[in-house]
Design a protein around this ligand. Structure first.
Ligand code: CP3
Length: 338
């Protein structure tokens, strides 16, 4: 059944009286019901590949907060796992990856490993109300490749470039190998039932300026071309953390429905000339703080984006220490604003 949700229509440029709202990382550790299930699954990757569990945790924030969209619970690193690079998580440390496998030894049947993700999407879509969108996602080759080279949390630009230097000459080939895989993973998620996809470029800002064309913009626009050949009407949200200065350039080179995600460091008034639907911008720290600071920040975003298609969201993922009552307050502020 074709999806026709407020969230989807906003991604295609329709202006709303009351903006659709969801949060990056909305299914996660700030939710007691997530922690309760996660406790029984110490292996995070196994958790991500269990369709029943993924369906359940994907729906948790919808049931609690009635967000306008669900994002399939998964991780950007499932692709690294699927091509054969072992991935695991250590408490308090974040992701760990084994050494990058030689390009010839990549598992060509990576789709099979990712089938549980697509099964989870089918299952979630069948349970999700028709007025909600289901978002699929992946990371850009640059951001995913950064983890695959660092094998660890990235931390600094220096760490990342040290890892690039340790793999002399391999970065360009790595990005080239990831382009069709990321594109196909997005395509498969839409075929399974997602109606919008988001590309996370969380480490875009670490790319040196004279490499942005080769490492960020070219891979991104190539992926979009491949994706829109198969799903020409499906919106893609590009979230480039600290990279919105690239958005005008990107916009000149695309041929389908794109939404720009903004981090918390941008003044949304300054984004009015970028004539594209937008998402994001609320500082996750302000959501932790609450009170007058939260009221003011929400109102500033609503004012700046009043007469344009905007999706209310954070500027980056919600943090585990965020009080649930602040999320409720944020929703009240957005939804009574119309
Ligand atoms: O938004 C959602 O609710 C969907 C689920 C989702 C997760 N990861 C689940 C997750 C999404 C969209 C992601 C994306 C992701 N994963 C990104 C891009 C977004 C961003 O935050 O920049 C990145 C860089 C990753 C890689 C990753 N996965 C890291 C760095 C970590 C550790 C985070 C930490 O704070 O420890 C993860 C693990 C992870 N992915 C968790 C969740 C809920 C926490 C795991 C747990 O339950 O212990």
């Amino acid at each position: 059944m074709p999806v026709n949700t407020k969230f989807h229509r906003t991604c295609l440029g329709e202006i709303q009286d009351i903006q659709p709202v969801w949060m990056m990382r909305q299914a996660g550790r700030y939710l007691p019901e997530y922690l309760a299930i996660r406790q029984n699954f110490p292996d995070f990757m196994a958790f991500c590949f269990n369709p029943d569990i993924v369906t359940e945790v994907t729906l948790q924030p919808i049931e609690r907060f009635d967000f306008d969209a669900a994002i399939i619970f998964s991780d950007i690193l499932v692709i690294a796992q699927a091509i054969g690079q072992g991935v695991w998580f250590e408490k308090g440390h974040g992701p760990r990856l084994k050494a990058l496998p030689s390009f010839q030894s990549w598992n060509s049947n990576w789709v099979e490993t990712l089938n549980p993700v697509y099964d989870a999407i089918k299952k979630t879509r069948s349970k999700l109300s028709q007025d909600k969108s289901l978002i699929g996602f992946a990371a850009t080759p640059w951001t995913l490749g950064a983890y695959m080279l660092c094998q660890n949390k990235i931390g600094t630009q220096q760490n990342l470039y040290a890892a690039i230097d340790n793999h002399a000459g391999q970065l360009a080939l790595l990005l080239d190998k990831l382009i069709p895989i990321v594109a196909q993973h997005l395509i498969n998620q839409v075929t399974a039932g997602c109606d919008v996809v988001q590309l996370f470029d969380s480490w875009a800002a670490f790319c040196k300026e004279d490499e942005q064309e080769d490492n960020l913009i070219n891979p991104l626009t190539t992926i979009l071309d491949i994706f829109w050949k198969v799903h020409p009407n499906t919106p893609v949200i590009y979230y480039g953390k600290e990279a919105s200065h690239l958005y005008k350039d990107i916009l000149n080179r695309i041929s389908g429905p794109l939404v720009f995600g903004y981090d918390q460091y941008v003044d949304m008034n300054s984004t009015n000339q970028v004539n594209t639907p937008s998402q994001g911008n609320l500082d996750p720290e302000v959501l932790i703080k609450g009170g007058d600071a939260l009221d003011a920040a929400v109102n500033n975003i609503l004012c700046a984006t009043k007469n344009r298609p905007h999706i209310f969201n954070l500027g980056h993922g919600i943090k585990p220490e965020t009080p649930i009552r602040h999320v409720e307050k944020m929703l009240q502020l957005v939804r009574k604003a119309g």
